[in-house]
Ligand binder design. Structure first.
Ligand code: NFE
Ligand code: MG
Length: 517
């Protein structure tokens, strides 16, 4: 008989996620992913000055906030008829690029690594490395004091857990180093962003920060420190673990999805619209025949979501009216679909769509299949690729400064009487869209479809499962008390449920309390 396991809330993610799985004969047979906190932004935008969007939408989330500021500004650029000057474009890229360098290592070290490490192996470290012995002493002092958060609570180590004392102690030391590097990446972004998190520089028309050569040099030297860490620590660790102790998980493809991948493409790298991340659609693992994105094929279903507004709407005319009493529903996430299909978005989708050589090299050499481990590898690989590309963007900025830097199109600052704008970009967790329609110079409708809504969506109107629900099916759970593999699969998508559920009870603005059985 199937046994039901509920993980609620799943920790070490952003937001409130409930995962339910049914396990039979040690394998997941069915799964549900549910966003459990009712909050949000979309209806809040209605009737406001459209220029509020970049500040208001950033408050969705404390992690990828800048991505929403960027997306909302791009949507407004379109609606206002902005001609984005090169300086505005490049500085936006540098603000967001640094944000990604913060985001990806955070996910690996602080949110995910504990799924794979038997941290107590540090007690058995016998080497002579002074730094690693200091880490051992630090961890053992915490253990002896009974003060082990945030390393606990966690599931018990299992057959896939890494327990080599040398490897584990090194990984824990990198966990600590990554904390420092994250702080530096945020400071780097803030050079052009005014502040972080919740940057204040990106607005419709460009950016508000006119940098000096000193600012640019400071950013450039901080970038070199990030590149050194990403190439020699982060990427190295991911490859060492993924092709070493975690290779059985990687070759088994635990957590592989439904074979549908999507990227809107992102980071404009020149004035003719060339993109750093390639846009594209792959259906059913048919990599030989990638398709172009057709935005008109994006819809959101709500049959299984706590909404009473119409289902299967395109985002420009999307609605978000809550119904917490809807009996069959199980989540506050809507179910976005492309041409009626559930799509995986994020680093692995991006790297597979572009046929990234480093990832493909590892896949072929070690017979790795798409799944949880491959997602970590893709994330680290794209992080390194992005960091190196940012060197060129710094040079582009210097060259623009030599020509008289233009950072903002001030001719298009006032909202149009009517207009529509769309932004389809890539955020760290995947494809992010903002849609705005303007009437009487005010926001008439604002809709966002974010990466984690794609990945963590529930079933749609045709009862097809969302990407993570599908990926969980087949996951081995030998011990129902210890569903470590379920957590590994779910976390490999880097869930952000505060972004994914982004509406609020429109009459009261209250967060609703409820229980489901
Ligand atoms: Ni709140 Fe996000 C990213 C966006 S949601 S973290 O990346 O947009 O998946
Ligand atoms: Mg939405």
């Amino acid at each position: 008989m199937a046994q039901k396991i509920v993980i609620d809330p799943l920790t070490r993610i952003e937001g409130h996620l409930r995962i339910e799985v049914e396990v039979e004969n040690g394998v997941v047979k069915d799964a549900r992913s549910a966003g459990m906190m009712f909050r949000g932004i979309e209806p809040l935008m209605t009737g406001r000055d459209p220029r509020d969007a970049s500040y208001v939408t950033e408050r969705i989330c404390g992690v990828c906030a800048g991505s929403h500021g960027w997306a909302s500004s791009i949507a407004l650029d379109g609606a206002f008829g902005v001609n984005l000057p090169p300086g505005g474009r490049i500085i936006r890229n540098l603000i967001l690029g640094a944000q990604w360098l913060h985001d990806h290592p955070l996910h690996f070290y602080h949110l995910s690594a504990l799924d794979y490490l038997d941290v107590m192996a540090v007690a058995k470290y016998k080497g002579n490395d002074v730094g690693l012995n200091a880490v051992k002493a630090k961890i053992m002092a915490l253990v002896n004091a009974g003060d082990t958060a945030p390393l606990t609570p966690r599931y018990k180590p299992d057959e896939f857990s890494v327990n080599d004392p040398e490897l584990v102690t090194m990984a824990v030391s990198h966990y600590l180093q990554a904390l420092d590097m994250q702080a530096k990446a945020k400071k780097m972004s803030a050079i052009f962003a005014g502040k972080q998190p919740h940057q204040s520089s990106i607005v419709v028309g460009g950016v508000t920060m006119l940098p000096t050569m000193g600012d640019v040099d400071k950013y450039a030297s901080m970038l070199e420190e990030q590149i050194d860490f990403i190439e020699n620590v982060y990427l190295k660790d991911v490859v060492t673990f993924g092709t070493g102790p975690l290779l059985p998980l990687a070759t088994a493809g635990v957590g592989g999805g439904n074979g549908n991948y999507m990227s809107y493409g992102g980071f404009e790298v020149d004035n003719s619209g060339s993109l750093f991340f390639q846009p594209g659609i792959v259906m059913n693992n048919d990599f030989a025949n990638p398709q172009k994105i057709d935005a008109s094929k994006i819809t959101e279903d709500v049959k299984w979501s706590w909404y009473k507004s119409a289902s299967h709407l395109q985002p420009m005319v999307g609605q978000t009216v809550a119904d917490v009493d809807k009996a069959a529903a199980y989540t506050f996430l809507k179910a976005p679909r492309y041409n009626g299909q559930a799509m995986e978005v994020g680093p692995m989708a991006r790297m597979l769509i572009e046929g990234n050589e480093t990832l493909m090299g590892l896949v072929k050499k070690y017979n790795i299949k798409p799944g949880a481990v491959a997602r970590h590898a893709a994330r680290a690989i794209e992080c390194a690729k992005l960091a190196v590309a940012m060197r060129g963007w710094v040079d582009d900025l210097k060259s623009e400064m030599g020509k008289g830097l233009r950072i903002h199109d001030t001719d298009h600052w006032e909202p149009p009487t009517t207009g529509e704008g769309v932004a389809m970009i890539e955020a760290p967790r995947g494809s992010l869209g903002h849609w705005i329609s303007i009437k009487d110079q005010k926001t008439a409708n604002y809709q966002m479809v974010v990466p984690s809504t794609w990945n963590f969506s529930p079933m749609d109107d045709k009862d097809q499962r969302g990407p993570v629900e599908f990926a969980l099916i087949g996951t081995p759970v030998p011990d129902p008390e210890n569903p470590t593999n379920v957590a590994r699969v779910v976390r490999s998508y880097d869930p952000c449920i505060s972004c994914a559920v982004h509406l609020i009870e429109p009459k009261t603005n209250k967060i609703l309390k409820f229980q489901i059985g």
